[in-house]
Design a protein around this ligand. Structure first.
Ligand code: EPZ
Length: 422
């Protein structure tokens, strides 16, 4: 399995300009939604280098979608000439949470499917109870049998009201996909308004779906007969952008990130400024310079537009190098501090108690052998290694390759002393 060998430095800062990839967590629901279309869907700015995207391509092909990949242009052309298979096999979604999204699309189009419970990062339990409760409201019945959810709406999907007990990103997307062709109207309350969900809504509306906001977190969906395939450019990946901004923040570096809408990172940019980074934003780019000592910060993660849980592990690594005591309150997942013990091996002082992390900033990190355990922890550990004196060997980096396109190439491009070893 691939490992990264990084020779870090406590004085040398990363330097360079990177272009953000398309957002993995926008591309995946968009790809799943292609099931709803009978005419060709063209998706641009697809982060083809992210393993989850390859997994979703294989999954859609297993169901019967024809997919043309224009690698250089990062374009997918998806056509559905025949009825999809309705069995979503475990082997295709065991590593990818977003696999659950084909359930909503298959239900929306065929009123039934049999889907394996999906896998994904082990951030704590990854239940889909909200998804299933919502589908039940739409006239579906289901049973769980040998790890598969067999679900169907015998008399067809019928519009209804559903209130999400907690904001759920893929739950929101899944219920939208299931409601597109419903009889009557569906009202979804307490929905996720993450940029990736809004990108899906925009794509569906441009294809003829009737989706209207009735409040900050309330949408109404009027069922339509069919959708028209069209072309759509995936939004930039805000989590990837933030990850590389943190590479400059943790190393007295200087970085420019292009092809990103800074409005997606308002809460996170505010924190980077508060701890002493100089940030300049333009319409589609963010510049960060860090020249002085980092100040501590207190952070509480929350659904968008709050501080993103996906950005928290990288922020934790940066705060571990600040001067003073910081606190992080993780409110979304119960097991999101997987990078902490690995950063402690490098000399970080991080104390976890329940959902709270207390960080005593420390200036002397030393390289260490580390193991990555989930997508965003991988980048947090890489940040620690870049800022540590000496060599770090990070194993199981495949977790990071699930969500970061060109991770190795980009790190090299900004001056990280990195080697890939198998
Ligand atoms: C999405 O996961 C993202 N994944 C995650 O990104 C991200 O961390 C998460 O949203 C939160 O922003 C994709 O979009 C593919 P949730 P998702 O449903 O949809 C609980 C990454 O790094 N919940 O918003 O699975 C759940 O346990 C990944 O790219 C239920 O209890 O997350 C969690 O506590 C990691 N029942 C909270 O809600 C449900 O039915 C939010 O989960 C659904 C969720």
């Amino acid at each position: 399995m691939e490992k990264f060998l990084i020779r870090g430095s406590s004085t040398k800062g990363v330097r360079g300009t990177l272009s953000c990839s398309g957002a993995k967590n926008a591309a995946l629901p968009l790809m799943a939604s292609s099931i709803l279309f009978n005419s060709t869907v063209t998706l641009k700015n697809i982060p083809l280098g992210a393993k989850d995207i390859q997994t979703m391509i294989i999954l859609l092909k297993s169901l019967g979608s024809q997919i043309k990949i224009l690698k250089k242009k990062k374009i997918l052309k998806i056509t559905n000439n025949k009825k999809h298979k309705l069995l979503v096999k475990y082997k295709y979604i065991s590593t990818m949470r977003a696999g659950v999204l084909v359930m909503g699309a298959l239900l929306g189009k065929y009123n039934k499917c049999s889907t394996a419970l999906s896998g994904g990062c082990s951030l704590g339990p990854r239940p889909i109870g909200y998804h299933l409760a919502g589908f039940k409201k739409l006239n579906c019945k289901y049973i769980l049998k040998q790890g598969y959810i067999n679900i169907s709406a015998n008399k067809g999907i019928k519009g209804n009201k559903y209130y999400f007990p907690k904001v759920s990103v893929t739950g929101t997307s899944n219920l939208i996909l299931a409601s597109i062709f419903a009889r009557g109207a569906t009202v979804l309350k307490n929905i996720s308004i993450e940029p990736e969900v809004l990108d899906l809504i925009k794509f569906l509306k441009n294809g003829g779906a009737k989706i209207y906001f009735e409040g900050k977190r309330t949408i109404k969906i009027y069922g339509v007969k069919k959708l028209k395939g069209h072309s759509h450019e995936v939004i930039g990946d805000r989590i990837e952008a933030f990850s590389y901004l943190c590479a400059a923040a943790i190393t007295r570096g200087k970085i420019k990130i292009n092809k990103i809408n800074p409005r997606y990172l308002r809460s996170e940019i505010k924190i980077l400024k508060n701890i002493g980074c100089k940030i300049k934003i333009n319409k589609t780019s963010i510049d960060l310079i860090r020249t002085n000592k980092l100040k501590p910060a207190n952070i509480k993660t929350a659904p968008f537009p709050g501080f993103a849980t996906d950005c928290m592990p990288m922020m934790m690594a940066v705060l571990a190098r600040s001067n003073g005591k910081s606190k992080i309150e993780e409110t979304i997942f119960s097991n999101r501090y997987m990078a902490a013990p690995e950063l402690v091996r490098m000399g970080a002082k991080i104390y976890i108690k329940g959902s709270t992390a207390t960080i005593i900033g420390e200036n002397n990190f030393n390289g260490a052998d580390c193991i990555s355990s989930d997508l965003r922890s991988t980048f947090a550990i890489i940040l620690g290694a870049i800022a540590a004196e000496g060599k770090s060997c990070i194993s199981r980096v495949y977790h990071g390759l699930r969500g970061y396109s060109d991770l190795y190439k980009n790190l090299k491009k900004i001056g990280v002393n990195i080697k890939r070893i198998n």
